[in-house]
Design a binder for this molecule. Structure first.
Ligand code: ADP
Length: 546
């Protein structure tokens, strides 16, 4: 008998057709295996299986069930009864009957196929339970609803790795099944089971591939996000609930000058409590930035922070506003100093001019002279302020010409004291080497330091010149109040005056020391301030020896 595709030349049953030769059975099964393997959808495999059965074993119902050994429930996977496919999801799962009752349960427990040609009689026996499913999918327990219409049934276990994982049952309302029917049914069930497992594996593989693809996409996205974060100008760091910085971008490390990742936030930022106390937004759209001073490695930074909650901790984005802050402070100092410094001489000039213009007052020649001298002095002061401003601007724009020539500093100090008519300044000189620099600029620095020593300090004022290694140090000392340690750097900032309202000192622009230090540095030297323990200030100008 030829087994060709769907047209397997089989009759009503294997027994009736008289399948005798094993070779024919082999051919039949080969064709069946081919047909079952065509689909990778378990539903379609069941359909093909049923079509194959239709052609070779007469039946009125076929039910494929799976068995879960964990909860011992039998679930229907596929059901076809009396000419109609039934939605298996409407059938309730059945519990395994360990008391030896139900036929399915018996097959599941024994793992052996079962052929029953007297179903009606069997279900009447105590403990025998048979569920009949009609074409509407109604499930009925046979002993409760009268005699079964089923005359014969075959059940074959589905096994995986030696364990029963399901049962396939075939029922007919009339006639009997033979051992040969069971043999053929078992063989087809085996093929069907292999095909279903294969289909499921394919689905599983496709599923795993999809998961892997999603993972890959996520990893790509993460990498892209990390690349973007690396390029963002703002510092970004993620701080976990234990306070550890688990992520930081390049800008965050650059702003703080610290490789942040893996460090405890409290170790890096001295004022971490104030950062932690910032409001944490739960929504990126509702963030608010706060500018805070924080010290990192003894450097004061002004950072504008935004904090956003994330599943792994708190994300902090920060921008470095230190230079803007410095600029703001300079602006404030500038306005405070310059407005006062301009107003003072202007008021003097204005007052003197007004007096000279009065016609109702008779002024003596001396009075007129004094007023005119006052105007001249104040005008010079005004032009001095403007000169300082212009000089500072030239220095800022690197437009100032500075010569580099050999200078005898000892003589220069002496000349300067003479020009200033300062006989009250003590000068000591241990060596007299020459330095490389611009004599006019060195003198300008000396004039500023001596001027300050008398303006802000107290006599005695002294100047010492000494060699220290390959530099010459010129120190100007006074016996005044000195300079508080937290101002020893600030006094070199533009427009900074420790007492801008000049309550204790006469006029100044706050530019003198800024210009002096800039000039010293342009000549390859330095200018530092310190307070002397015995009281007073000391400014040390160092210049490279020639
Ligand atoms: P100005 O003299 O125009 O104010 P400077 O830049 O020369 O500007 O000085 C800046 C500030 O430094 C002064 O306002 C003063 O507060 C402080 N200072 C400078 N020299 C001394 C000194 N010898 N003793 C104490 N304070 C000083």
């Amino acid at each position: 008998m030829a087994a060709t595709g769907r047209g397997l030349s089989y009759g009503q049953s294997v027994a009736e057709a008289g399948l005798a030769a094993g070779t024919e059975l082999t051919q039949l099964l080969l064709a069946a295996a081919q047909r079952l393997a065509e689909s990778i959808d378990p539903e379609r495999v069941y359909d093909s299986f049923h079509q194959l059965l239709d052609e070779v074993v007469p039946h009125d119902g076929v039910v494929v069930s799976s068995f879960d050994s964990d909860d011992e429930l039998i679930h229907c996977e596929y059901a076809w009864v009396e000419g109609a496919r039934i939605d298996e999801s409407t059938l309730p799962p059945l519990p395994l009957n360990r008391e030896g009752g139900g036929m399915q349960s018996r097959v599941i427990i024994s793992g052996e196929p079962l052929l029953e040609n007297d179903v009606a009689e069997r279900v009447q026996q105590p403990g025998g339970t048979y569920y009949n499913v009609d074409s509407e999918g109604r499930v009925a327990k046979i002993p409760d609803s009268g005699p079964a219409r089923t005359s014969a049934a075959m059940m074959v276990p589905l096994k995986h790795a030696g364990a029963v994982v399901g049962v396939v049952q075939l029922m007919r309302d009339h006639g009997l099944y033979t051992e040969r029917d069971l043999e053929l049914f078992s063989a087809l069930v085996g093929l069907m089971h292999a095909a279903v497992r294969n289909a499921r594996l394919q689905i599983e593989r496709a599923h795993l591939e999809a998961i892997a693809a999603v993972e890959r996409a996520r990893a790509d996205e993460r990498e892209q996000a990390a690349n973007v974060l690396a390029l963002v100008g703002d510092g970004i760091m993620l701080v976990d609930p234990e306070g550890v910085i688990v992520f930081s971008n390049r800008a965050a490390d650059a702003v703080t000058g610290v490789e942040l990742r893996g460090r405890q936030a409290t170790e890096v930022f001295e004022e971490w409590q104030s950062v932690e106390a910032l409001p944490i937004a739960t929504d990126v759209g509702a963030t608010r930035s706060t500018t805070l001073p924080v010290s990192v490695n003894d450097r004061e930074l002004w950072l504008s922070f935004v904090a956003v909650e994330s599943s792994e901790g708190v994300v902090y984005a920060f921008r470095d506003l230190t230079s803007e802050r410095r600029f703001d402070e300079e602006k404030r100092d500038f306005v405070a100093t310059i407005s006062h410094e301009l107003r003072t001489p202007m008021t003097g000039v204005y007052g003197a001019a007004q007096t000279l213009l009065r016609t109702d007052v008779e002024l003596s020649a001396t009075q007129r002279f004094d007023l005119l001298r006052l105007i001249a002095v104040q005008a010079e002061r005004l032009s001095q302020i403007v000169d300082d401003l212009l000089l500072a601007t030239s220095l800022d724009h690197h437009r100032l010409q500075i010569s580099h020539e050999e200078v005898d500093v000892g003589r220069l100090v002496q000349r300067t004291l003479e020009v200033l008519a300062r006989t009250d300044v003590e000068m000591t000189m241990s060596d007299a080497p020459r330095v490389l620099g611009d004599p006019d600029r060195i003198q300008q620095i000396l004039v500023n330091l001596l001027d300050n020593a008398f303006k802000y300090g107290r006599p005695p004022v002294s100047v010492s010149v000494a060699v220290a290694g390959d530099v010459l140090a010129v120190a100007v000392r006074d016996a005044g109040p000195g300079i508080p340690s937290d101002e020893q750097e600030r006094i070199f900032e533009r427009f900074y005056r420790s007492d801008p309202k000049q309550a204790r000192a006469p006029g100044g622009t706050g530019l003198g020391l800024y210009i002096a230090r800039e000039l010293a540095e342009r000549m390859g030297g330095r200018l530092e301030a310190r307070s002397i323990p015995s009281g007073g200030a000391e400014f040390v100008l160092t210049l490279p020896c020639a």
